[in-house]
Design a protein around this ligand. Structure first.
Ligand code: SF4
Length: 169
């Protein structure tokens, strides 16, 4: 019987999509990786989705709404390994500038009906909400490092990347 391919999912939270584009930018390398994995959920690349659980989840973006906070908990439950990619996911991103200001005042200034805006007072990294197996930093991330992370998790080893931090489960 054919061995099941590991399932990869790519998730987006508050971000500019630049880190996901780094994955799409891998082109030939991604095709090679795609031979070894099933790209089960990656809305930036395809509307076709496969239900979890997932072997590896890549998470871009920070947590900025109550819905985000609930969604990342559900993603964590469905993911054997969870890797955060990029400064938004690992540090809160440029949107974390809000953490030093009054968000309610921002929404009053920007939106005609601020009462419809449901947002958190802060933008926080994924690791503040759920355990993270590996953080890949950068803005955007380096595509060779991203390929190394994917390959390493597929091979059951730690990624060989010089500067990283790990939140041990
Ligand atoms: Fe965009 Fe930078 Fe955030 Fe990546 S880390 S999603 S490139 S703003």
């Amino acid at each position: 019987m054919a061995r099941r391919k590991p399932k990869l999912a790519v998730w987006k939270f508050a971000s500019c999509d630049g880190c996901q584009l780094s994955l799409l930018d891998c082109e030939d390398e991604l095709l090679a990786v795609a031979g070894a994995i099933e790209i089960a959920y990656f809305l930036e690349a395809s509307r076709a989705t496969v239900r979890g659980p997932y072997d590896l989840s890549l998470v871009e973006g920070s947590i900025t709404t109550p819905h985000d906070a609930e969604r990342i908990r559900q993603i964590r439950q469905q993911s054997r390994f969870l890797v955060t990619i990029g400064a938004c996911a690992t540090a809160g991103g440029i949107q974390a500038l809000r953490n030093f200001q009054d968000v309610a005042e921002f929404t009053r200034i920007v939106y005609a009906r601020p009462e419809y805006i449901e947002t958190l007072a802060t933008s926080t990294p994924i690791a503040e909400h759920v355990p993270v197996d590996f953080e890949l930093r950068g803005c955007p991330i380096n595509k060779q490092q991203l390929l190394e992370v994917i390959t390493a998790f597929l091979q059951g080893r730690r990624p060989n990347i010089p500067t990283y931090s790990v939140c041990v489960e």
